[in-house]
Design a protein around this ligand. Structure first.
Ligand code: IMP
Ligand code: MG
Length: 183
């Protein structure tokens, strides 16, 4: 794929400005809700990296962050076995934990990994979920999303951390393909 054609076939759904404006609003809510708490932000690799980096820079309270690696995707289909590719290395005892995801689609990754329950069982004061995107049409596992950036339709999206076969994560916006890939 040539450099010029890299993002040519992608239709922008959420512009860089849309995303950054919404992140400012979410960060404001989080700052208010966690004032006077010990906040640990846990990003789910690899997709949540860009969102987490922008979000935490607008949260105006002291916080720690760490990452957990969960992978369920083969190409674009989330039917592969769920793999923990990185464990959390930070002690969660006595902390309020905010899990940051790029997208909640079926809900399977967060549910089957049991990370919410595991973090709570390890002594966290409470565990909440913040997701940039929510695609409710395909939900098979119920997940309570405490902070949602955008609710989107049932389209396969890429950009701003979201990939197709490992690519397109570096786009500063979220878009979809003119022609939906074979899923
Ligand atoms: P879930 O387990 O089906 O909720 O999916 C969670 C993970 O699947 C997300 O963290 C993403 O990495 C990936 N995913 C779900 N939908 C999409 C999409 O439309 N584009 C790219 N990745 C997606
Ligand atoms: Mg992900």
């Amino acid at each position: 794929m040539g450099v010029e054609s890299y993002s040519e076939s992608i239709i922008c759904l959420l512009s860089e400005t849309d995303i950054q404006t919404r992140i400012g609003e979410l960060a404001g809510e989080i700052t208010r809700d966690y004032a006077d708490s010990s906040l640990l932000v846990v990003g789910v690799l690899n997709g949540a990296v860009l969102f987490l980096a922008d979000l935490i820079r607008q949260i105006d309270i002291p916080l720690e962050y760490d990452f957990i690696g969960l992978r369920s995707y083969n190409g674009s289909v989330s039917n592969g076995p769920l793999e923990v590719t990185r464990r959390l290395n930070t002690d969660v005892t006595g902390k309020r934990v905010l899990i940051v995801e790029d997208i909640i689609d079926t809900g399977r990754t967060l549910c089957e990994s049991c990370i919410i329950d595991t973090i709570a069982a390890n002594g966290a004061v409470d565990v909440r979920v913040c997701s940039l995107l929510d695609k409710p049409a395909r939900r098979t596992h119920q997940i309570c999303i405490d902070y949602t950036g955008f609710v989107i339709e049932d389209r396969f999206v890429v950009g701003y951390g979201l990939d197709y076969n490992g690519l397109f994560r570096n786009l500063p916006y979220v878009g979809c393909f003119e022609q939906e890939p074979d899923l």
